[in-house]
Write a protein that binds this ligand. Structure first.
Ligand code: PLP
Length: 454
């Protein structure tokens, strides 16, 4: 696929005039937007014909890698058969995908409420938890406890839960959104051993519950590993304690697995690493590896049984394109690839390998911490001073300079500032990890020189 200089210029002009890119100010990409035209495995090709390794798997979702023709064919065939069924009926793809997901989940009797993406999955889970609580004798339970610096999506309720730092000011948040201390393995928020601190962090949920009254709390929501907060992997005891607290006070435990669901942490679902069974799990991204927009709230039987009865028990929640049949067809084919190629096993195995290789980067004066080892999700944190873990001030402009340096080393990333996040396709192999780490090594060497910290 080749494009003339004129064609490229025209596209750049059109983008500059008409495209409103997400999470940017409108002049950010004028004239220099990266345009990609092809992908295969972990590699993508831009409009000029240059090849890059995608170290972030799209926006944390390209689990099965790029260019899977069979997923495209599954989508095409679904479109030819019936692209979407009449209202209040189902396609075969929706039925089969829900049953496949339940078979992979900790509760084989789970139900799957399909939506179009992660934020909708979170909104669905929260509404469901609130209604479940009301139906279960807690008519005043409208509050939800989440963690500071988390991210649960860009819609209004999800933003309220997400610690708000990544969001634009919008005035008052959702009433009843309460935030507690988040887990941070590099900068422990309290004194003590990591396990003691993790338990202290989890216990903050209990303190809030006691203070507010358990009858007012519908749900606890957290990511098994917070990507937004810089790939924060807690000790097993953290989620185990969250489960205990939720059980003790009859509160719905929601695992937001929009990033971690479907193998990212080396198990199909993250809390399986710690033998924890959430009541509701939200998923999106890797469910289709980004071949079509799809999300879901996976709901245990315990929760869905509350929605049996009449009008009072009806879950009055509807999203027109939630679980679109063509997205479900993509999901089914995607999960077939997962099984045939053991992508979850690869995530576990090569997650260790990636983590080991990244640890070599600690030789750089500015690499303060490397986090990973639980599946193919990792972070390298840059600091101005290793001893006191001081961050570089924004004057150093790292998040502007570093992505370009990494790009020159043939790696594409959008998450490279003080924290370089790494979330490659689960289909990555050792040679590709070597390429990725050596490109990061080179880029860190270059930025160390620019920052005068080598
Ligand atoms: C943990 C988590 N929850 C929810 C979302 C929102 O997903 P979406 O952007 O598909 O709405 C994200 C997005 O990155 C996420 O990381």
């Amino acid at each position: 696929m080749t494009f003339s200089g004129q064609e490229i210029e025209k596209l750049q002009l059109q983008a500059g005039e008409h495209l409103f890119m997400h999470a940017s100010q409108v002049n950010d990409w004028k004239g220099n937007l990266n345009i990609f035209v092809k992908g295969k495995g972990v590699w993508v090709e831009d409009i000029h014909g240059n090849k890059f390794l995608d170290s972030m798997g799209g926006l944390w979702y390209k689990a099965a890698g790029y260019g899977r023709k069979r997923i495209a064919e599954a989508v095409y065939n679904q479109m030819l058969d019936i692209e979407s069924p009449p209202s209040m009926s189902a396609s075969i793809s929706q039925i089969e995908l829900s049953s496949k997901i339940a078979s992979l989940y900790h509760d084989n009797k789970a139900r799957v409420f399909f939506v179009s993406g992660g934020a909708e999955a979170v909104e669905t889970a929260i509404k469901m938890a609130k209604k479940f609580s009301i139906l279960n004798g807690k008519p005043n339970a409208y509050k939800v406890i989440s963690r500071r610096y988390s991210y649960h999506g860009g819609t209004a309720m999800a933003v309220s839960l997400g610690g708000a730092l990544t969001a634009d000011p919008m005035g008052p948040l959702m009433p009843g959104a309460i935030h507690v201390t988040n887990w941070n393995s590099y900068r422990l928020p309290f004194d003590g051993s990591p396990v003691d601190v993790a338990i202290k962090c989890a216990n903050e949920f209990e303190e809030v519950i006691k203070h507010q009254g358990s009858d007012s709390i519908a749900a606890i929501i957290a990511e098994p590993v917070s990507a937004a907060y810089g790939i924060q992997i807690p000790p097993a005891e953290y989620w185990q304690r969250l489960r205990e607290i939720a059980d003790k006070y009859n509160i719905v435990l929601i695992a937001d697995e929009v990033i971690t669901g479907f193998g990212r942490l080396g198990e199909y679902f993250g809390p399986m690493n710690w033998d924890v069974k959430p009541d509701i799990t939200t998923v999106a991204k890797a469910l289709t590896s980004g071949y079509a927009p799809l999300g879901a709230a996976i709901v245990t039987k315990k929760i869905s049984d509350a929605f049996v009865g009449g009008d009072k028990e009806t879950f009055k929640h509807l999203i027109t394109f939630g679980g679109h049949p063509i997205a479900c067809a993509a999901g089914i084919e995607n999960l077939k690839i997962f099984e045939e190629e053991d992508l979850v096993g690869n995530s576990k195995k090569l997650g260790f390998y990636l983590y080991e290789k990244l640890n070599d980067l600690k030789k750089h004066k500015i690499v303060g911490d490397v986090r990973g080892g639980l599946g193919l999700l990792a972070a390298v944190e840059l600091v101005q001073d290793k001893k006191n873990k001081k961050v570089f001030s924004s004057d150093f402009n790292i998040s502007k300079i570093l992505p370009d340096l990494i790009y020159k080393n043939k790696i594409v990333t959008f998450r490279a500032g003080d924290i370089i996040s790494i979330c490659p396709p689960l289909s990555i192999n050792k040679e590709e990890i070597d390429f990725l780490v050596s490109g990061l090594d080179e880029s860190i060497k270059e930025i160390s020189k620019i920052l005068n910290h080598n």
